[in-house]
Design a binder for this molecule. Structure first.
Ligand code: ARG
Length: 675
């Protein structure tokens, strides 16, 4: 049977014969109760008002609070000429026939408010939620479409900073959301794994790297090696510059015929410069010796500050990277190993966040051929201009804010932007995506705008299907030990901190079988919810004590609400079959009505989140839901009630628990059953 036939027969089963329904493909009347009501209101109001149902459907909006109904329509949106909206609202509300779908239709100024019949909602929503388990709210709007979500994308041998954390959390959510809406989702991690610094890293590792450490903890070890070598390099550079300054002063002093006054001035400058050069040379030497046990200078006695000669690490690194770029097997093997060990470690950490990837790609994986292809197309379209052998795009012709960008350097080496061009082309060739989402910090707004514009200038028809989902900054994210942050460290520290919070409630703590695991899962929810609770673009401060609290709108609060619902279910011991046969006419309290009206919104919430790419849409909804559930506990008792009443109430609680669980999983959390 078609969708509409099955809905009609279901409604008939509930005693609604020949229901008025106006169905259009954009409505999901079988899976979304709000859409079912939209279909009904559009049909009936169309008959009452003579306005086309097609115009009514998109004008039906959510209300801010339940006292204004479940859906509201602003009459001016219906574009009826020659009549005052207030009058029309009053007239149509008056004429609106009574229907089993609605308990009330009210006119309020230029608005018409529609109140869903809660008895119909109980019968529609509860069995659906209990039967569908965590698939309630899913839809098929993405069926047959493929979306790429590129997210996290950290840089090897560099810290995993807050921007990567946010990208991971938001990208994980967007991937799951698209999957639930029927899309096929390709998850890509585009690693920062190419560039001169990998030559430096390889050389440094050969000099003082530690095999065992690399195997044990590749991400931290490579970072350590990189920091050591790059700070040694910086120290050398500073020492070199200071030494040059000394030489320059000496040369000036040697100039013939300078005045006594000028000479005195130069001499005093020289004395200062020598002190500075000596100090920097000492530091550079110390760093260089760490780097290279065979360093020819053993001791600071050997240093002549004026002639401190920087070691040629930089040119060695450049040469090494050149070998990598030209495909030298030996050079690539070292780097491949670093990359693979890092990926193995990342994979484990992402697992803790319920995140997995279709593809670990990266800057290194973009082929020369696709980069060249992109450059050729740009050349052909006349988009490029040359400047001293380099190739550039001048975007200012199209949009002042986009500036100019380098596409190819004079030595032919590639750039971040160019590699992104090649990567996008490859991804289209491989996946023929219908949409490609880049989850990247707002600091890179310009980069992505340039990338998208370039694809448009190449006239790729799919350029319009690229979306940048950006987000604001996190401040104050440092571990207890320091400011450099790795994902693993953040998660470990959160777990420990959560564990401490849990231990404060001794009697409860004793009842938890696996406190370590619970601390981990609840701690992770704290981090994730803190990140997703306000709009993406907002900055926020990483606040340990607030996010770990069980009170207020936090991850631990959601976990607590879920585990409490589980405990109500456990204690009631009522079977699924009994719940499915519950008599909902026993649910008469206003708070029960508020809860069912909220549960009915869930499928719409997913659609809204899909429209605005905002995890906060789901987070706010779950907080609203848990607040209502918490008010229910004072009124809707289950324990000690007549079996029929207990069953009806538990059916409502169980549905709330299913939706809470479904929403939490969608956000990437693992709901706990006891805590
Ligand atoms: N690795 C980059 C960074 O850490 C982020 C990559 C963003 N994605 C892209 N396609 N450019 O800054």
């Amino acid at each position: 049977p078609s969708e509409i036939e099955s809905v009609v027969s279901r409604l008939e089963g509930l005693g609604i014969s020949s229901p008025a329904l106006y169905n259009i493909p954009s409505l999901n009347i079988a899976g979304n109760p709000f859409d079912l009501f939209r279909a009904n209101i559009a049909k009936t109001l169309s008959e009452v008002s003579g306005v086309e149902a097609d115009i009514i459907v998109p004008a039906l909006e959510w209300t801010m609070t339940p006292d204004r109904g479940d859906l509201v329509i602003a009459i001016p949106r219906l574009r009826v000429k020659g009549r005052k909206p207030d009058e029309l609202a009053a007239e149509w509300a008056e004429k609106y026939p009574s229907t089993p779908f609605l308990s009330k239709v009210a006119a309020k100024g230029p608005f018409m408010q529609f109140f869903f019949n809660p008895q119909l909602l109980y019968k529609l929503v509860i069995p659906d939620v209990l039967n569908k388990d965590s698939t309630y709210g899913n839809s098929k709007i993405g069926a047959g479409k493929r979306v790429i979500v590129e997210f996290s994308s950290p840089n090897i041998a560099k810290p995993f900073h807050a921007g990567h954390l946010r990208s991971t959390i938001i990208g994980g959510f967007l991937s799951s959301l698209h999957e639930r809406l029927g899309y096929e989702v390709v998850r890509i991690n585009y690693l920062g794994d190419w560039g001169k610094q990998f030559g430096l890293l390889a050389i440094a590792f050969a000099k003082f790297g530690d095999e065992a450490e690399l195997e044990r903890d590749p991400i931290n070890h490579l970072f350590k090696v990189y920091v050591t070598v790059s700070s040694a390099q910086a120290a050398e550079k500073d020492a070199g510059a200071a030494a040059e300054a000394v030489l320059a002063l000496k040369a000036s002093l040697d100039t013939e015929g300078i005045s006594e006054e000028a000479k005195a001035d130069l001499e005093s400058k020289l004395a200062d410069a020598e002190i500075k050069a000596k100090q920097l040379a000492k530091e550079a030497l110390a760093a260089a010796i760490v780097l290279d046990k065979n360093h020819p200078l053993k001791d600071e006695k050997d240093i002549d500050p004026a002639y401190f000669i920087p070691r040629p690490v930089d040119s060695e690194a450049k040469a090494y990277f050149k070998r990598m770029e030209s495909g030298d097997k030996e050079a690539l093997a070292v780097w491949t190993r670093f990359r693979e060990l890092s990926i193995a470690k990342y994979t484990k950490t992402y697992e803790r966040l319920n995140i997995h990837y279709t593809d670990y790609s990266g800057e290194s994986q973009v082929s020369d051929a696709s980069i060249q292809h992109a450059v050729d197309i740009l050349q052909e379209k006349g988009v490029l201009y040359e400047d001293r052998g380099a190739k550039l795009i001048d975007f200012t012709k199209y949009n002042k804010k986009l500036g100019k960008a380098l596409v190819q350097k004079s030595d032919g080496t590639t750039l971040y932007l160019t590699r992104d061009l090649g990567a996008a082309i490859e991804r289209y060739d491989k996946y023929k995506f219908d949409k490609m989402i880049y989850v990247v910090a707002a600091q890179q707004d310009l980069h992505l705008a340039q990338l998208f514009k370039t694809m448009e200038l190449c006239e790729f028809p799919w350029a319009k299907d690229m979306v940048h989902i950006n987000f604001g900054m996190v401040t104050g994210m440092s571990t207890r030990r320091g400011t450099v942050v790795f994902l693993d460290t953040i998660l470990e520290e959160t777990k420990d901190a959560m564990h401490e919070v849990m231990k404060k409630n001794e009697s409860k703590y004793e009842q938890v079988d696996n406190p370590d695991e619970v601390a981990d899962l609840v701690g992770i929810s704290a981090v994730m919810v803190q990140d997703m609770q306000s709009k993406r673009i907002n900055n926020y401060k990483f606040d340990w004590s607030r996010m770990l609290s069980f009170e207020g709108d936090t991850g631990p609060y959601l976990q607590y609400a879920h585990s409490r619902l589980c405990s109500v279910e456990r204690r009631a011991e009522i079977s699924h079959e009994q719940l499915m046969a519950a008599d909902f006419s026993l649910l008469t309290e206003p708070i029960a009505e508020e809860l069912i009206r909220t549960l009915a919104q869930y499928p719409d919430v997913l659609i809204n989140a899909h429209r605005n790419y905002e995890p906060s849409t789901v987070v706010s909804y779950l907080f609203k839901l848990t607040h209502i559930v918490s008010s229910c506990y004072n009124i809707l008792w289950v324990a000690g009630q007549e079996p029929a009443l207990a069953t009806a109430r538990l059916a409502l609680y169980s549905s709330a628990r299913e939706i809470l669980k479904s929403g939490m999983i969608l956000l990437g959390l693992t709901p706990v059953e006891r805590m």
